[in-house]
Design a protein around this ligand. Sequence first.
Ligand SMILES: [Zn+2]
Length: 106
Amino acid sequence: MKNQGRLLIAAHFMNDEHQQHYLGPMNYECIHCKALHWLDESTQRSSKSFYDCCAHGKVVLDSLPEYPDELRKLFSLRHFRNKCRVYNNMLAFASFQANLMDFGIN
Ligand SMILES: [Zn+2]
């Protein structure tokens, strides 16, 4: 029952007026950065170099730093991995910061 509305919407778009568009598998790996693409994203059909990810290898980012041991320990716990979105939502405003300005209204 939960997905019935979604199925109706999907059925609406699958009628004869709307033809399905399929790009094929997204399994073309950029030779520079290893990002996955569809073949149609390539500017040169036979090339496995893409512009959208790294501008044909012109953009090279530094590796991400190792994350702290505390986070590594948390992500080793199955409970945390299953509930990390809930924890993130609970703490979303805990780090809220604002620069207050005095407009002299009060
Ligand atoms: Zn790339």
